[in-house]
Structures are given as structure tokens and as C-alpha cells.
Design a protein around this ligand. Structure first.
Ligand SMILES: [Fe+2]
Ligand SMILES: [Fe+2]
Length: 358
């Protein structure tokens, strides 16, 4: 991930703001003027300078930076208004590691900077990693709070855009790959379900509001696991019947946690309590069947089962996607077949490869 921050040095506030906005999805960004003293340079991973080099304040500022760097090289894109060799040479003497025309779109400038900072990663990969990290922080905080009380639904709200934007901009594959690199099983599972749900909602062309409701429910659906003993939750292998009974309490516990949290919408409540119910009545905790199980719950249950199958665990290899789809398709009577087919299509589109299932 692009940890550390990028400094956008600008003497044109509007242009500087646009550059900072283009950096924001990839890394933390600080907008600075030519009065900048470069006090916390250790946290700086790159610089975009959109300043007039002929102004004495600019030269003083950039020379101050060079002095602080003490010969160290810091990726620095300088935007120049002339392609003449003299202008480029001047920028290089003031620390530019690359010069680009000032007229370029900010996104192109940001891409050029990150090619220097992380040459091995694409911008899309960096954005996905940043969004996974942000959402992961939220999941960790939510599970910690839920151990003893309700959760902060406003905090959950801050996780919606990172998931939806990452799946939209970086694709489902990117999200799944980054999430599956994390060792914590519950963390990995919640983020997988959230990404799969976001991708499914996009594929079904749900409205923005409905997509948000589904992703919110996906993020919190297993919050009840926060009160399941770690020895059961993280057991490296199959649970015995007693352990399974304890594990199964997480759905009702999660529902209680949300009720205690207040201001939780009906879909999130229903999904959290019923995401292990099956259409044939064989699920838990309430043994609901058929029409008693609403569409949002049916949709999330499919994402939940698929996520559990493709998770990477220390003791087992992840199931290949085509095989996981076959498992879903074998659950006829328990899952809605039409919805499973729609999910399979969303996976094929999202992962950009044909499914061998069916
Ligand atoms: Fe669950
Ligand atoms: Fe789950």
C-alpha cells in the first residue's frame, strides 16, 4: 500500500486542489504552498510541484527541500509551462525527478508519480489496497467494539464507498486478491462478502441506495462472531457438534448487537439474523423457509457461502471459483436457483474469465 503522504506544492489553489483530489484515492495527500518548511519529510513519499520556478519564494522553498533531503532522492513531478530544455533543466536542478506539461490532466500526473514510487503496481492496484486497508480498519474497530456493546453505525457508513469504489474502479478480481492476502479469517471473510455483494449489486443494476444497503449489511452480517471464543472462531479444521452449536449463535448475537446499536436499518437487521437460513427451512437460527426469507437475505446468503468456499485459510487451499459456483448450484432447494445463476454471471463478468460451472 502507498503508506506515507504525497505533498502537492502549488501556488495556484484551484489547480492544487484538483491535483490533491486526484492523489486522494491512492494515498494521503497534503496541499502546501511555497512557505512550506518540509518539517515532516520522513512521511513524504512523493511531491507534485505546480509552482512558478522564476519566483524567488519558489526557489527558496525548493532549495529548502533539497537541503532537507541531504542528497536523498524523492520522487518529484514538476509541472512545467514550457517544454524548452532550459525550463526542464531548471526544474531538475530544483529536485524534479520528472517534468510534465502543466496542462496534463491531474490523473495522468498522479499516475506518473506513482510509477516512480511503486513501479511494480498499477494505480488500480494501489487504490484497491488503500480501500481494503481502510475498510479493514473499520471491520477491526467494529469487532472490537462489538465484543462488549453496540457498534457505531456511522463508522460502518464510512466503509461503504471504499468497497463500492474499489470494486467499480479496480474490479472484483483486484478486491478478492488483495483481501485474500490477509491472514485474519474473519477480516478476510467480511471483506470478501462485502466485495462480492458490491459486485453482485452492480451486476443486478441495483440502485445506488439499494447497493449501499446491501454492502452495509454485508460488512456487519457476521458481527456476532465478535463474541464467539477465538478457539472456535479460528479453529484450524472442522468444528465438532458442540463447537458448531456455539458458532451458530453468532447470527442471533449479531442481531442483538445491532438492536443495541440503534439506528440500524431493517435490511441489515434481517441479513444479520437470517443469512444462514435456507429456503427449505434447514437453516438457522429461526428455521425460516420460502417466502419468509426476503430477497436481500437470499442475495447475501449466496455471497456468504461463496466467500466461505474461496477463502484462503492457513490449513486449506482456497476452492477454485468454478468449483465454488458448482457447490452453489448443487444447493437447489436451499438457495434460489435464478439468483445463483445471476450471481454466477456477476462472478464471470467481475473476474473476467469464464466459469466452468454448470
Ligand atoms: Fe455468518
Ligand atoms: Fe458470513
Amino acid at each position: 500500500m502507498a503508506s506515507g503522504n504525497v505533498v502537492v506544492l502549488s501556488d495556484r489553489p484551484d489547480r492544487g486542489r484538483h491535483l490533491a483530489e486526484a492523489v486522494a484515492p491512492v494515498a494521503d495527500c497534503r496541499l502546501a504552498g511555497v512557505e512550506e518548511h518540509w518539517a515532516d519529510l520522513d512521511a513524504t513519499i512523493g511531491i507534485i510541484a505546480d509552482v512558478t520556478p522564476t519566483r524567488s519564494e519558489t526557489r527558496v522553498c525548493l532549495n529548502r527541500l533539497l537541503g532537507r533531503l541531504q542528497g536523498r532522492r524523492l520522487p518529484a513531478i514538476h509541472l512545467v509551462r514550457s517544454s524548452q530544455a532550459a525550463a526542464v533543466h531548471e526544474a531538475q536542478s530544483l529536485g524534479a525527478t520528472a517534468c510534465l506539461p502543466a496542462t496534463l490532466d491531474p490523473s495522468v500526473v498522479v499516475e506518473a508519480l506513482f510509477r516512480q514510487i511503486h513501479p511494480e503496481d498499477t494505480i488500480a492496484e494501489l487504490i484497491v489496497r488503500r480501500h481494503v486497508a481502510r475498510t479493514g480498519e473499520l471491520i477491526n474497530s467494529m469487532f472490537h467494539t462489538a465484543e462488549t456493546g453496540g457498534i457505531d453505525m456511522e463508522e460502518v457508513e464510512r466503509g461503504l464507498d471504499p468497497v463500492m469504489d474499489a470494486v467499480k474502479d479496480g474490479g472484483l478480481t483486484g478486491w478478492l486478491e488483495v483481501v485474500r492476502m490477509h491472514d485474519d479469517i474473519t477480516f478476510q471473510h467480511c471483506l470478501l462478502v462485502a466485495g462480492l455483494t458490491a459486485g453482485f449489486a452492480r451486476s443486478l443494476r441495483l440502485s445506488g441506495g439499494d447497493s449501499q444497503r446491501m454492502v452495509r449489511a454485508a460488512l456487519v452480517h457476521d458481527v456476532g462472531k465478535s463474541r464467539i471464543p477465538a478457539a472456535i472462531l479460528n479453529k484450524p479444521g472442522r468444528l465438532d457438534p458442540d463447537e458448531r452449536t456455539v458458532m451458530r449463535t453468532h447470527a442471533a448475537i449479531g442481531h442483538e448487537i445491532l438492536l443495541a446499536s440503534g439506528s440500524c436499518d431493517a435490511i441489515t437487521l434481517a441479513v444479520t439474523r437470517h443469512h444462514h437460513e435456507m429456503l427449505d427451512g434447514s437453516g438457522y437460527p429461526d428455521g425460516l423457509s420460502g417466502s419468509a426469507i426476503g430477497d436481500p437475505v437470499r442475495l447475501l446468503t449466496i455471497c456468504d457461502i461463496y466467500a466461505a468456499l474461496i477463502e484462503r485459510r492457513p490449513y486449506k487451499a482456497p476452492m477454485p471459483e468454478s468449483e465454488a459456483l458448482r457447490v452453489l448450484q448443487s444447493m437447489e432447494g436451499k438457495l434460489e436457483a435464478g439468483l445463483v445463476d445471476a450471481f454466477a454471471k456477476s462472478i464471470v463478468v467481475g473476474l473476467g474469465r469464464p466459469a466452468a460451472a454448470g
